[in-house]
Design a protein around this ligand. Structure first.
Ligand SMILES: *[C@@H]1O[C@H](CO)[C@@H](O)[C@H](O)[C@H]1NC(C)=O
Ligand SMILES: *[C@@H]1O[C@H](CO)[C@@H](O)[C@H](O)[C@H]1NC(C)=O
Length: 222
């Protein structure tokens, strides 16, 4: 009788230890950056085709997205609450993703690409006919994707948490800065790739993205 209880006790200790170490590791960070920067690069270089064959013009000012640990901390903290709605933290863009099912794992890294891909696909399912983020465009269902390619956003951090006992779900939260999705503003400026890189950035010719010094290495290393 004693041993089973001992096992249960050990089990609880282990899961608490897992909780403390929760979230994404470098592998997950790299997956988020890879999917986001690939989409940003395709758009910036004029190679992206949205739903209905809408070929997007290249971007003059698309910044490279880098990982930011402060954003990852705030995203992880919010994920731990198993959120059902947005946090409404000021000046931060936020995207949420949930996945349920039988075979959920606390190895969260696999959900980094999954969440990013689902967000990205909004441009294939809905509408991207204008770079002005009008209320109509936003309401069409592309809000996660427009944040992914918001030109001025240059950092991201994400967290994840296994939630719910009866019907378990993984909650994924990403925080972005500067926040995108300001209505009536341009998602990016159209024109020659990298021709208006913001101060403090230079063009990474390979990706067509405006990057800070050492940015490319940081993206590759995660
Ligand atoms: C994360 O962003 C904050 C401000 O948004 C900045 O102060 C900090 O240096 C950044 N950290 C990293 C690792 O880039
Ligand atoms: C976007 O469209 C809205 C409404 O049509 C307009 O008021 C706004 O000035 C436009 N913004 C830009 C940056 O063109």
């Amino acid at each position: 009788m004693w041993q089973p209880n001992g096992c249960i006790f050990v089990g609880i200790v282990c899961s608490i230890a897992l909780c403390a170490a929760a979230g994404f590791t470098h592998e997950g960070h790299r997956s988020f950056l890879r999917v986001h920067n690939k989409l940003r690069s395709d758009v910036a270089m004029g190679r992206y085709v949205a739903k209905g064959g809408v070929k997007k013009p290249p971007a003059t000012n698309m910044k490279m997205l880098l990982w930011n640990s402060s954003l990852a901390d705030s995203a992880q903290k919010y994920a731990e609450t198993c959120p059902k709605e947005h946090s409404e933290i000021d000046n931060i863009g936020e995207s949420l993703f949930w996945i349920g099912g039988e075979k959920l794992s606390e190895d969260y890294n696999q959900y980094a690409k999954m969440a990013s891909d689902v967000w990205k696909e909004e441009f294939q399912k809905f509408d991207w006919s204008t770079n002005n983020l009008t209320a109509t465009l936003f309401k069409s269902g592309v809000g996660h994707a427009t944040q992914m390619v918001w030109a001025d956003t240059d950092r991201i951090g994400c967290g994840a948490k296994l939630c719910g006992r009866k019907s378990p779900k993984i909650a994924v939260v990403c925080h972005y800065y500067p926040a995108g999705n300001t209505l009536s503003r341009l998602i990016y400026d159209e024109g020659k790739t990298c021709s208006s890189c913001p101060t403090g950035t230079t063009c990474n010719q390979h990706l067509g993205l405006c990057a800070p010094p050492g940015g490319f290495r940081r993206v590759v290393r995660g």
